[in-house]
Design a protein around this ligand. Structure first.
Ligand code: ZN
Length: 346
């Protein structure tokens, strides 16, 4: 109660103070003040109108009018600027009003979520082929390795993301048939310097294998607090890509986020639109939704399909189909990023 009363008294005092200062000639040359704000200043003595422009932040005024127009038209009542014949003078209250508006904009900008970097991680590589699919015989014989499929999709995706966002850091953990260790892959993500509310997203790309030759379809994994348990359960069920486990555990070192869920959902939708009825969606893997405020790295893992299913293996051996998969993931990432960059961060 006391502090509230005090705040009111202070506000009244501040109001009187600025009016008093103005009357006492405490006025400020707006052009000089604009320089301090690193803003440009313009004034037309004929119309009596002018503006202060800081980046995209525009404040318009008219001499003799007790209001400022902020941005696209929000009017803020203040003291009227004066034209002395050589400069535009304003009261400290006007300076305060402009400063307050700039501060509000800066705060809002700083709190906006932005994806500054995207790391694409094609699994396996080099001496580690990942899952192998061998089907048919004679002329119809097919042998495909996970490391090649995921590299093809990841390389395509990487190039398209780079073209779409030249200002973002787009990275790929391997550009050829090499084998970066898990630590090296994770280190790439951690190397990126991020400002507050900037995020890096991590997309790991794999292909699946199962003893059940009928198993087919793509799926997208995201992280949640129950992940370790879920993974263990899945492993017991015998239907999880074993090489995924250490990656998931490494991802757990980072704070997960609801963003991972949205990203996974977005990629799954993108894949659905891109591949249509060519194969089935196995959906998102992980059930629980938790909101975590200070997540650093939304991370998902995409399983493109099963190399152990003959029909799907033949699709995965087709460059046209791999392009569709890359399309789907690309569209999922872009709609995720576009959506989140218009929203406020934590
Ligand atoms: Zn794999």
């Amino acid at each position: 109660m006391i502090s509230r009363l005090l705040a009111i008294l202070l506000a009244v005092a501040a109001g009187w103070g600025s009016a008093f200062a103005g009357a006492q000639g405490g006025s400020v040359d707006l052009a000089v003040k604009a320089t301090e704000w690193k803003a440009s200043f313009a004034f037309d003595p004929v119309t009596g109108t002018g503006h202060v422009l800081r980046g995209q932040d525009l404040v318009r005024f008219r001499v003799g009018t007790g209001a400022l127009m902020m941005g696209n038209g929000a009017l803020v009542a203040s003291d009227a600027p004066e034209w002395t014949g050589s400069s535009v003078k304003v009261s400290p209250a006007v300076v305060e009003a402009i400063q307050a508006w700039f501060d509000t904009i800066d705060e809002e900008r700083a709190s906006r979520f932005s994806v500054a970097a995207i790391l694409i991680d094609p699994g396996h590589g080099g001496r580690d082929p990942g899952a192998i699919g061998e089907h048919g015989s004679g002329g119809a014989r097919l042998r495909i390795a996970e490391k090649d499929i995921v590299l093809s999709v990841a390389t395509d995706l990487y190039a398209r993301l780079k073209a779409r966002w030249p200002d973002k850091t787009i990275m790929i953990t391997r550009a050829g048939d090499s084998y970066p260790s898990l630590d090296e892959r994770v280190a790439m993500a951690n190397q990126v310097d991020l400002a507050l509310n900037q995020a890096i997203i991590y997309i790991s790309i794999h292909a699946n294998a199962s003893f059940n030759k009928k198993a087919s379809g793509y799926e997208v994994w995201y992280l949640n607090p129950e992940y370790r348990r879920t993974v263990v359960d899945q492993k017991k069920a015998g239907d999880v890509d074993e090489d995924v486990l250490p990656i998931l555990n490494a991802m757990l070192e980072e704070e997960y986020t609801t963003e991972s869920v949205f990203l996974a959902k977005s990629i799954l939708e993108g894949l659905g639109l891109a591949v249509g009825t060519d194969t089935a969606s196995r959906g998102m893997r992980a059930e629980e939704w938790f909101v975590v405020r200070n997540a650093k790295m939304p991370s998902v893992l995409v399983e493109l399909g099963f190399v152990t299913n003959e029909k799907e293996a033949r699709l995965l051996a087709d460059p046209g189909y791999l392009r569709k998969l890359a399309d789907g993931i690309y569209n999922g990432i872009t709609s995720f990023v576009d959506y989140f960059e218009t929203r406020k961060g934590p």
